[in-house]
Write a protein that binds this ligand. Sequence first.
Ligand code: ZN
Length: 302
Amino acid sequence: MRRILVISALILVVIVASGGAWLYVQLRSLDAQQLTDDVYMVTGLGGNVGVLRTEEGAVVVDTMTFRMQGQHIQSRAEALSGGTVRAVINTHYHADHAHGNPGFTLGTPVIATERTRHHLATKSSAYRDEAAQRFLPNTTFEHEHTMTIGGKTIQLLYLGRGHTDGDLVVLFVEDRVIHLGDLFFHDFYPNIDLEAGGSIKAWATTLDRVLELEFDRVIPGHGQIADREAVRAFQRFIQELWQVGEAAAKAGLSLEETLTTVNLQHDSAFGVIAIPLIMRFDRDFVIRRAWEEATGAVKPGS
Ligand SMILES: [Zn+2]
């Protein structure tokens, strides 16, 4: 019996150690893809990062999940640009986009919407202690903020609710590239944060405003580099999802009835994002969120 216990304990140690080693490797590994002469998408464990190279250093959009990743993103951005990081932008408050901020040099300008700063300060465990709070966004705006750095124009816009009530989009004007954060999941089921003011109902209109902008290539919050047509396809999915939720609410269907009867068409290519036991963004998840919003079972939070 004792021997079995010892062997079990050893197996557990190996599993935990190899899991830890896997995580360590994942946290250190970043891939960079070049979109234009001066824009890169950096991928790793977390949301996609955008890097703009200018004549006076780099601009970084989103910082992934952990401080250590922030450090690596800063190093990579500096290597790609040949200068220092001049500004960090957080598209929204979620951990996988904004918890790497403390890995950047203290004093780096961090820009976000007022709503995102509010959510980070009130909802994010990573920013509870005073040391981390120094890495909260220090430049905020409500609707629009335009910067010119090293001959490049960077336009930050809040275009309406969708994924949360504070998502900004970043337009690299000269390069005609847009980073849409989690307003756009490319071929994945999206997270819909009703509790932070997200709204499926409003999301399609927000994407209409996105599509009025001048860009060719798109960095999604999750998934591969995309184009305008892929954003339109995602918008059709969001519209369909809202119709399904509204129809269920009008018919007085329960959540269980909705989940068993509803048929979506526009999600056929979508992958699932999941962390075992923690969260899972799949078809049931998005239909549940649509039902919750349409029936008022979950009121948009603040
Ligand atoms: Zn998100």
